[in-house]
Design a protein around this ligand. Structure first.
Ligand code: FUC
Length: 771
């Protein structure tokens, strides 16, 4: 059957003028940005472990003593005094992480006298190959570049359609800390060390020339009169893990260089790439705009044009970028995925754990990239030990803690300023391994990987929670203290503003999420014999005593803080207290309608004051609106994400470029088409008018299901549900439905209009028909 993967293409009629127009390729570990210049080509290179810094103990020995004083002050409403003490005594030493850095550039110069004609630059998301073509003086030149996950090299192929026409000079450069050296008659290397104590790094550039010849000096590689040339670029650092940066990058680079032919490399790469990329196909409709270059389409879209395919392309770009920046056995995607041209990147291109790192993975399960989710769990494992020390030294608590950001050196202390004292990062991250279990149903993963992480984070929270004293609005209940609603501040009745408080709503929601997930995990693992009974009882009792979510009597909105404070920045980019709607599932439209209503009001208020002005914030709004089943509002925010926060190469811009908005946007589109957080599979919960006819294939739903959905005239026509577990399945649609399997009707309970419930069997396929 015909598919539409050939349309998963970004293309341009001119080379990239700046980095944010270049095209990304990557295999999770190494990557390049391809500029496509005619006489000067630039490949900006990255290796994921090239971070500044090194492992060190950053815990603050004064923190614990200060904690008791700070808690008392915050309960007494003395926020300013509490802030002052914490700034002095509770921050990490030092309280900064250092940057993830560029590896450098591969520059290729071509001696071109004539003007290039018929220029064309593309990125196929389906093959992961960037291509540049042009004609000079009657000769057609073609360059192709990809990053092989199978062979762990960047491959660049340059050829002409006439013999002996490829002439070039290739050099490698980096702003600092590096030099180049001849390795052999066809190999150059770039090598160096990050500062004096940082990782050593290296990149090999190997030239396989067909026809003509190559000569190598310490400065570069010169190729003369060749028919074609294949460059292989391997890259590595000395980083092994946070404790050990003693690997030999040269040996690693040598070992990575494959002996396969270009054809073999390419075929293996495409097969591997497509085995992941092609798991999901999407069609939201197509107009003539599809025939235009990507930058022109985006421009037309910004001017109000109709281009539903641009949204499906954006969706697939998100999947492509996660594949390119987060593959098994790699580090997780950072603030820029893996693509970064800076030595000192914005926000250090680090791991922000107060929304950004988590958002990077919202799409992973539903968009059939569960294997790309695993690097996050591996990374979390590395934070358990340092996070355990920080829990003990800063809070006298067990378990493990992460604050609002981290790096690859086990950074778990408060950073950047007092707003960094937000010890809820590990609890938030733990949603991810549990979701991985919910989608895939792998009990061994739950027992051996997810639950131990979750239990450690829950242990920390149980020890960290304190009882709110008399005189506070939630006296006698358990609360977090200190606490922040990430990066937002409030105004107290006396006019003073602060960020620092106790019991911010988001903390309570994340804790609810973590504890209920832990209880569900324990129950799932207790099938044969009782498991962790006492810990379960501790969680149940703490949940019972946890401070409640509060609806403002004045405004009807869900309160962001423990008191109904005034907000100095009512359109703040973080919408932390809405966590319970998404990515949490404490508040659902049908399960907790009064809270959903309050959240709707909070969101409307935020939006009417300019909320969603950064890329990731806009993307979050798409997810929120989808969960509120507001198709037109979800669509409007998605449109704004593309109009205001999307660069020519379809990278998200905060500004500047930050990849979370791409991932959050893709997740938002998925949430518009399918949801499964509320104990049922909801088909097309937020389908906007603009997507009249379409289909999506290969999305996943919690409970081990893979789902294809087709619709016509805005109504579900058919959904195919493939079960991989024996699991009850409740399906919701906005039309009346029936269900069959193997051509026979399945006996299903008619729950209400458009809602059916049946028992699905592992390996069987169920066809849900809209009637
Ligand atoms: C959080 C956000 C900023 C930015 C940074 C990387 O601090 O509030 O907007 O996304 O992370």
């Amino acid at each position: 059957m015909k598919n539409n993967f050939d349309k998963c293409m970004l293309w341009y009629r001119q080379p990239a003028k700046e980095w944010v127009e270049a095209l990304p390729i990557g295999n999770g570990r190494i990557s390049a940005m391809v500029f496509g210049g005619v006489d000067k080509e630039r490949f900006q290179l990255n290796e994921e472990t090239l971070w500044d810094g090194y492992e060190r103990d950053r815990n603050n020995p004064e923190a614990l003593e200060a904690l008791y004083e700070v808690r008392k002050l915050l309960f007494e409403g003395k926020n300013k005094e509490a802030t002052e003490i914490s700034a002095k005594k509770m921050m990490g030493i030092p309280d900064r992480v250092l940057s993830y850095q560029t590896l450098g550039d591969l520059n290729i110069e071509f001696p071109i006298d004539d003007e290039a004609k018929d220029y064309y630059h593309e990125l196929s998301l389906d093959t992961g190959i960037a291509k540049t073509e042009y004609n000079v003086d009657g000769v057609k030149y073609t360059r192709k570049a990809f990053v092989s996950a199978v062979d762990q090299v960047i491959v660049v192929r340059i050829k002409s359609d006439k013999p002996n026409k490829v002439n070039l000079k290739a050099t490698m450069t980096r702003q600092q800390d590096a030099s180049t050296k001849k390795v052999s008659d066809n190999c150059l290397m770039l090598h160096g060390q990050c500062g004096t104590q940082g990782v050593k790094f290296c990149a090999y550039l190997l030239a396989n020339v067909e026809g003509g010849n190559a000569s190598v000096t310490d400065e570069g590689i010169v190729v003369k009169d060749a028919d074609a040339i294949t460059f292989l670029i391997s890259a590595a650092t000395s980083y092994i893990n946070q404790h050990d940066a003693s690997a030999d990058p040269y040996k690693r680079c040598q070992d990575y260089l494959p002996t396969k032919s270009y054809k073999e490399l390419k075929e293996a790469h495409i097969a591997d790439h497509q085995s992941i990329f092609r798991r999901v196909e999407i069609d939201l409709g197509m107009t003539d705009a599809v025939n235009k270059p990507t930058d022109e389409r985006l421009e037309a879209f910004k001017n109000g044009g109709d281009d539903p395919h641009l949204m499906s392309l954006y969706f697939q770009v998100g999947r492509y970028l996660l594949m390119g920046s987060s593959r098994p056995d790699c580090l997780p995607a950072n603030l820029q995925g893996i693509w970064n041209e800076h030595i000192n990147a914005p926000w250090n291109s680090d791991y922000h754990t107060n929304i950004n790192l988590q958002m990077n993975y919202w799409l992973a399960e539903v968009c059939n990239l569960a294997d790309c989710h695993v690097p996050l769990f591996d990374y979390m494992d590395t934070l358990v030990e340092p996070g355990g020390k920080t829990a003990k030294i800063h809070y006298g608590a067990g378990g493990w803690v992460v604050h609002h950001l981290s790096d690859i050196w086990g950074f778990t202390v408060p950073a950047d300023g007092v707003w960094g004292i937000s010890p809820i990062g590990s609890a938030w991250l733990c949603q991810h391994p549990f979701e991985h279990y919910l989608f895939g149903g792998d009990r061994e993963f739950l027992a051996k990987r997810a639950y131990p992480l979750m239990k450690g984070a829950a242990r920390f929270i149980l020890d960290f929670l304190v009882e709110a004293p008399e005189g506070t609005p939630v006296a006698g209940r358990l609360v977090t203290n200190p606490s922040h609603s990430p990066e937002n501040s409030f105004r107290k009745p006396d006019g003073a503003t602060s960020m620092f408080t106790y019991a911010a709503t988001m903390d309570l929601e994340i804790i609810y999420d973590l504890f209920t997930n832990c209880i569900e995990a324990i129950d799932a693992l207790s099938e044969n014999e009782p498991f962790d009974v006492e810990f379960r009882a501790e969680l149940v009792s703490a949940l019972d005593r946890l401070a409640p979510l509060q609806i403002s009597e004045k405004t009807g909105r869900l309160q962001e803080w423990v008191e109904d404070y005034d907000e100095p920045e009512p359109g703040h980019r973080h919408m932390s207290h809405i966590y319970a709607l998404h990515p949490g599932r404490q508040i659902t439209l049908r399960g907790t309608p009064h809270l959903a209503e309050a959240i709707r009001k909070s969101l409307e208020y935020r939006l009417s004051h300019g909320g969603g002005h950064t890329g990731w914030s806009r993307a979050w709004l798409v997810n929120f609106m989808a969960r509120l089943e507001e198709p037109e509002k979800a669509y409007a925010n998605l449109r704004l994400l593309l109009e205001k926060c999307t660069l020519k190469n379809l990278f998200d811009t905060h500004p500047p470029f930050q990849i979370d908005g791409n991932f959050g946007g893709t997740s938002g589109i998925a949430e518009m088409l399918i949801q499964s957080h509320a104990g049922e599979i909801s088909l097309l919960p937020a389908l906007p008018k603009a997507w009249k006819d379409g289909y999506v294939k290969g999305l996943r739903a919690r409970g081990g299901f893979e789902v294809d959905i087709a619709w016509k005239d805005h109504n579900l026509t058919e959904a195919i549900i493939r079960a991989s577990l024996d699991e009850s399945c409740q399906v919701r649609a906005k039309v009346h439905i029936n269900v069959e399997s193997d051509g026979e009707p399945v006996s299903a309970k008619d729950v209400e209009y458009g809602v059916l419930s049946f028992y699905a069997q592992n390996g069987k396929t169920y066809v849900v028909k809209g009637v």
